[in-house]
Design a protein around this ligand. Structure first.
Ligand code: CA
Length: 258
């Protein structure tokens, strides 16, 4: 891809996919207990209207109490929120600085929103105290599931920022390690990401398209057989093929009995 124009058109394509996903009334969206989530105040820190506007509308539709600011300075003086969705590229500073300053004075859960899957950004963000990260463009359902997962996790102090436990499986997103009955399972980075995406909302179906977008790249032009290959390998390593259910033509779900 040529530099300059290529980058702009890639960004435009990202935004188009993002917009389409946010604006579609996806029937796969799980029913929401609006009463419960209406109490969750989400602060969206995003300068780009093409992302911020449909994102705020979508979150409100899901029942969240949403406020949005466009700059780092505004984020630091915004009213208290229960969760912050933080874009890294802000007009008046880097999101990392916002993350560091927010974390220095509160334990508000922070989900970093990065423009691309940059390993350095991800590690640096988590080291600065972010609770999770998502990569643009991501499925809206995935984002909502992560907001709920982070809210649930941080609601109980004992579980705050600890590994996720599902039955005898333990997933530590901070260290990228997985344990099965206390024994570490050696996963490749892609296998880890795949398991982490399925584990965001255990029992929920995750489509192939969302898996490809989350774990690989939204512009993945290869065959989705890649997903099957990694699922097969993950099943083998977890030792229990039934833990990942296949829904033919739709996707996969984690089916571990708690
Ligand atoms: Ca931005």
């Amino acid at each position: 891809m040529a530099p300059g124009g290529g980058k702009d058109s890639a960004k435009a394509a990202h935004l188009a996919i993002w917009h389409e996903r946010l604006c579609s009334d996806d029937p796969r969206l799980v029913p929401v207990d609006r009463e419960r989530w209406a109490r969750v105040r989400v602060l969206v820190v995003e300068d780009d209207d093409a992302i911020g506007e449909p994102l705020v509308a979508g979150l409100k539709r899901e029942g969240f109490d949403v406020a949005r600011v466009r700059t780092a300075a505004a984020a630091l003086v915004a009213p208290a929120a229960d969760l912050v969705l933080l874009d890294l590229g802000l007009p008046d500073g880097h999101g990392f600085e916002v993350c560091r300053q927010l974390r220095a004075r509160s334990s508000v859960p922070i989900i970093i929103v990065t423009a691309r899957d940059d390993e350095i950004d991800r590690v640096a963000g988590l080291e600065l105290g972010a609770d999770d990260y998502v990569v643009k463009p991501f499925g809206f359902r995935e984002l909502v599931a992560r907001i709920r997962a982070v809210s649930r996790r941080t609601a109980t102090p004992a579980a705050a920022s600890g590994p996720q436990r599902i039955g005898e499986l333990e997933i530590d997103r901070r260290s990228h390690r997985v344990y099965l009955a206390g024994e570490e399972v050696a996963l490749t980075p892609k296998e880890f990401d795949l398991l982490a995406v399925l584990a965001v909302d255990p029992g929920a179906m995750v489509t192939r398209r969302d898996i490809l977008a989350e774990v690989w790249d939204p512009h993945w032009y290869g065959t989705s057989k890649t997903v099957d290959v990694h699922i097969a390998s993950l099943r083998k390593k977890l030792g229990n093929p039934d833990w990942i259910e296949t829904s033919r033509g739709v996707g996969f779900r984690l089916a571990i009995h708690q």
